[in-house]
Design a protein around this ligand. Structure first.
Ligand code: HAM
Length: 417
């Protein structure tokens, strides 16, 4: 074979695609219930949009973006996430002037040049949700509830909701200094990756997966214990709301997201059904980001969920295969005139929404019956010269084997769908 798909990308083939559609339908239904509207932004944007919002020093911006210079010498980047683009569109199209609270969602491919492994791709898909215009902690919890509702509706039960507060401009700088001090004491013993992070992005050292790093930072100060009164009150309210909605959660003081735009609430939903890449979804509040990107000061919160990881969990939980893919009727034909009749009939039944299949390959009656069986058609009917002359044919229920003589004009009503 000459061509292959790019490493870290995947074809979603028929058979799999139906599960995706089912999941997408569920997501849309849940988001409609929460009153969110879909937004579709371009796949690529100016590189500086992502560098500015996600943060120059993050892994995403410093080493994972698909960035290229186009023919007009402009630096463009395939979107590594959806928040920056959604906010760019929000500002550019003055969406905030139309409603005081803008509730948006999106679904689509994202691109990050990461080392591919189970659950980590270079082109992956997310569904994401963003609410712009309110600093109410109710919206923080609404975000978590949206994700959990989608998972529950799909039959996924095993997950943990982890919440933290990453503070704000008021309280984070002083905390960062304390953390830096604590980390510098153990810096030389940390893993090379964490050592490099101490000065550049000390908070990220806290969520290192390395066991020795975890041990060395066991007593390091945590942001949640150094919040200013406003952040502290907000965090407490989020916890109260989670309790009042009977939503189980864990406080994880080490939860630091890999994007720099967060303020106050940060959260992740992890599933034990996934391997080391166990984050199903992640998000948080970003009260300064709209302004940072050139818009009017507008608080915001959102999250995004990995679709491939969701599909991986679903495959483990074992979702029933959708039976609404099999043909309702397979019309078996014997000669040229019955093939012509079948084509017209199938077109007319299909236009009424019925899944009808016919033979396009001039196969024998026996081979067509085999095909009807293989496709698990509910009914089959054989049409030949006699059937066309008498305008009657035997409709066969493929499950029970039962046959009944039907008038060809009444074929549709004879199908018990
Ligand atoms: P994120 O944590 O970078 O957040 O990504 C969210 C989710 O996307 C992850 O929890 C994971 O399920 C999935 N994901 C990320 N990278 C990959 C990958 N390489 N392969 C497969 N799945 C992946 C964001 O993207 C933020 N924009 C979320 C957000 C929205 N915050 C506020 N609003």
């Amino acid at each position: 074979m000459k061509f292959k798909s790019i490493k870290g990308t995947k074809d979603i083939l028929p058979g799999e695609v139906e599960s995706w559609q089912r999941v997408e339908d569920t997501i849309r239904r849940v988001l409609r219930a929460f009153n969110y509207r879909e937004i579709r932004t371009p796949i690529f944007e100016q590189t500086s949009l992502f560098a500015r919002s996600i943060g120059e020093l993050t892994d995403i911006v410093s080493k994972e973006m698909y960035t290229f210079i186009d023919r007009s010498e402009e630096s463009l980047t395939l979107r590594p996430e959806g928040t920056a683009a959604t906010l760019r569109a929000f500002i550019q199209n003055n969406l905030g002037e139309q409603t005081p609270l803008t509730k948006l969602y999106y679904m689509g491919p994202m691109f990050r040049q990461e080392r591919p492994q189970a659950g980590r791709l270079r082109q992956f898909h997310q569904f994401g949700v963003e609410a712009l215009g309110s600093s109410s902690p109710q919206l923080d919890v609404e975000m978590m509830l949206i994700a959990l509702t989608v998972y529950r509706e799909l039959g996924i039960q095993q997950f943990v909701l982890k919440v933290n507060s990453v503070g704000c401009q008021q309280c984070r700088p002083a905390y960062k200094k304390k953390l830096l001090h604590a980390l510098q004491n153990v810096q030389s013993q940390l893993s090379p990756e964490s050592q490099a992070r101490v000065n550049q992005n000390p908070l990220r050292v806290l969520d290192s997966k390395d066991e020795k790093d975890q041990e060395l930072t066991r007593t390091a100060p945590l942001m949640k214990d150094h919040l200013c009164p406003e952040c502290s009150e907000h965090f407490l309210e989020v916890q109260k709301l989670l309790q009042s909605t009977e939503t189980p959660f864990e406080i994880d003081g080490r939860l630091v997201r890999g994007l720099d735009y967060y303020t106050k609430t940060a959260f992740e939903i992890a599933s034990s059904a996934l391997g080391s890449q166990d984050a199903l979804a992640g998000g948080g509040r970003y009260d300064l980001l709209v302004e940072e990107l050139g818009g009017k000061p507008t608080p915001g919160i959102g999250f995004a969920a990995g679709m491939e990881r969701l599909m991986m969990v679903l495959a483990k939980v074992g979702t029933p295969s959708p039976s609404d893919l099999n043909p309702i009727l397979y019309i078996v034909t014997t000669d040229e005139s019955s093939r012509r009749w079948a084509f017209t009939k199938a077109s007319s039944l299909r236009s009424k929404g019925l899944r009808v299949e016919i033979d396009y390959l001039g196969r024998s009656v026996k081979a067509q019956m085999r095909e009807a069986n293989r496709q698990e058609a509910q009914y089959s009917v054989v049409i030949g010269e006699t059937e066309l002359q008498t305008q009657h044919a035997k409709l066969k229920n493929m499950k029970t084997g039962e046959e009944s003589l039907v008038n060809l004009d009444e074929l549709q009503s004879a199908l018990r769908v």
